[in-house]
Design a protein around this ligand. Structure first.
Ligand code: SF4
Length: 386
């Protein structure tokens, strides 16, 4: 019988925390990617970048960030803007509540803080959409405060570096990461230290194939010594992805097409889309579309022609959207549950802020929505109320 490998008790805090800090900072100085938001100390620009980077890849964010700052170069210009133009610049980036909160928080900063972002994490957290992570990132990067950050990248690096083998889905375990990150950030250049941790997680200590050879933390890293870094961090429970079927209709009258705006809040809140709705269990797409249009808009439709289906994955929801062309619709629009509706020029919906499913549906219908970098900030001159 082979002997069990001896499990040595590992310290939770890196023994040589000062050395780990110095190593990380030296590595960051030599290896940090040149990203647009790293060329500025403007707290507003850093805030925009941190908001866009939530759940979104760096490569995706860069053109949005650049375009956003061209249109809204400072906090005051964002606070003055109407929400629709903010959404338009966000179209394609997803998680639209981020745009809504950023806009609302910019207005609060003008109203309550004289137009300058507060420089302390606890004050930043009073603003809409700024949680513990973003407050820590802003306070450390923009204001040089010793505030920790914990996100997926930081959790991965620290779990491996220290050898934490507990479920990161549990809040008490997450609390330990915050304590560790707080110890690590205390010292000179806290903003760079936080960025170094994130950068290492994004480029070296990656989820599946960490590049341990050549990693600056290879020597003190517990998971590397134990030979199984890719097994950390441990996530036991995954939120199951829910499948949802829904319908969308291209309804034309006298050369104009009906668009509807979703209510504020919730998934895709405030964005524009083709009318339709979720199917009920056992319902066919045709029957579901007829029911949804009758219930939410008071319209009776005939001559449904299938255009096809598109799929869209949200974080915990996989949407299958059945898209139809409607030959005839009867009745005056009597809206229930939508924020607004407009009869638009055929290209009008693509110019209004809309989400991924609508972008895909429009492409299916041969009404390609503009690429994010070409989206126009057009006020809805093509719109016409009924
Ligand atoms: S040695 Fe490997 S596992 Fe450890 S921090 Fe570096 S890349 Fe990650």
């Amino acid at each position: 019988m082979s002997a069990k490998p001896q499990q040595k008790k590992k310290p939770e805090t890196p023994t040589h925390i000062g050395r780990v800090r110095a190593t990380l900072l030296a590595w960051y100085d030599a290896n940090a990617r040149d990203l647009p938001w790293r060329r500025t100390r403007d707290p507003y620009a850093i805030w925009v970048s941190e908001t866009m980077l939530q759940q979104t890849r760096v490569d995706t964010v860069i053109p949005y960030y650049t375009r956003f700052l061209e249109h809204f170069p400072d906090l005051a210009s964002l606070a003055r803007a109407d929400l629709e133009s903010v959404y338009t610049l966000w179209t394609g980036l997803g998680y639209y509540s981020r745009a809504r909160n950023l806009h609302s928080a910019a207005q609060s900063v003008v109203a309550d803080w004289g137009g300058a972002l507060p420089d302390r994490a606890e004050s930043l957290r009073e603003l809409k959409g700024i949680g513990r992570y973003t407050a820590g990132a802003l306070a450390s990067i923009a204001f040089d405060r010793e505030e920790p950050i914990v996100d997926g990248n930081v959790i991965r690096v620290l779990a491996r570096l220290v050898g934490i083998r507990e479920d990161v889905g549990e809040s008490k375990v997450i609390g330990r990461f915050w304590s560790l990150a707080s110890e690590l950030v205390a010292g000179p250049r806290p903003g760079d230290l936080n960025q170094a941790l994130m950068e290492l997680g994004a480029t070296v200590c990656t989820p599946r194939n960490p590049a341990c050879e050549g990693c600056p933390l290879e020597s003190p890293c517990v998971a590397r010594a134990q030979g199984d870094p890719a097994s950390l961090p441990i996530k036991k429970k995954r939120t199951p992805v829910r499948r949802v079927e829904a319908t969308a209709a291209w309804i034309e009258r006298r050369g104009r097409v009906l668009g509807v705006q979703r209510p504020e809040g919730g998934l895709l809140g405030g964005l524009w889309e083709l009318p339709g709705g979720d199917l009920q269990p056992g319902e066919t797409p045709e029957a579901g579309l007829r029911r949804c249009l009758a219930e939410t808009l008071g319209l009776e439709v005939t001559g449904l022609e299938t255009a096809g289906t598109v799929e869209h994955l949200f974080s915990h929801r996989r949407l299958r959207l059945h898209v139809f062309r409607v030959a005839e619709s009867a009745g005056r629009v009597n809206r229930k549950g939508f924020e607004a509706h407009r009869w638009l020029a055929p290209s009008g919906l693509a110019d209004l802020p809309h989400g991924g499913p609508t972008r895909k549906a429009l492409a299916l219908l041969g009404q390609a929505s503009p690429r994010p970098h070409r989206a126009r900030l057009r006020q809805t001159s093509s719109a016409q109320s009924e």
